[in-house]
Design a protein around this ligand. Sequence first.
Ligand code: ADP
Ligand code: MG
Length: 252
Amino acid sequence: MATADNVIISVQNLCKYFKKDAIRALDGISVDIRQGDVIAAIGPSGSGKSTFLRSLNLLEMPTSGSILFHGVDITQKKVNIDQLRQKMGMVFQHFNLFPHRTILQNMTLAPEKVLRMPREMATEKALQLLRRVGLEDRADAYPIQLSGGQNQRVAIVRALMMEPEVMLFDEPTSALDPELTGEVLKVIRALAEEHMTMVIVTHEMAFARAVADKVIFMDGGVIVEQGAPEAVFGDTQQERTKQFLARYNERP
Ligand code: ADP
Ligand code: MG
């Protein structure tokens, strides 16, 4: 079911409390994610960015509010969580590849098991995706033999094996040495140019500004400010956002 304005995910007044409501990780988040949107979520540590992403594919069950995915509230209905997660690929700070499996095996495992894709087809698809990120010659290597940046590129194309509708990135470059960050951002940027729908939690402000259609600044479990990158970065309205961005601008 597609809505007229191509909203894929509509988050409405989403709350997530921990510790008997003592911690309000999300305290009323509302945002629409449209087909092809690239949304960058920024904000200080502890502001709820990860909880927001994790709620979208129900790694966290929200305390209240709703998440409409193609118009169906996934927090209410008895949804098939596995099916939902296939439609939302997630890439974490730590790439979570299986260490005892080769790159190729890491990529073909889920499609073979979950989608029942024939091995030859899965292999062909994996090699194609590895080629796109310049790693086709590493198919038979093990994760430990690759750099952090290479492993993260694998983690991204591994998620793409499932042909997700949405990609969720949680600080995909935060664990990488600075010289390896660029090669990962390049892959994400290429996906953005292909109009993959994405939500990217990042501390790479220049990247967010260049690639995102919309920037969300979170603090204390709420969206303090959101808008086009030129607006949020270039014509910041809220004092809290200004303070946060100033810390980045002070950096050498
Ligand atoms: P961010 O990703 O922006 O750094 P998080 O979403 O990880 O923020 O965390 C938001 C708040 O929720 C923080 O105060 C964090 O300590 C708290 N929190 C996150 N996950 C849990 C959990 N499983 N149990 C208790 N508190 C949590
Ligand atoms: Mg986080």
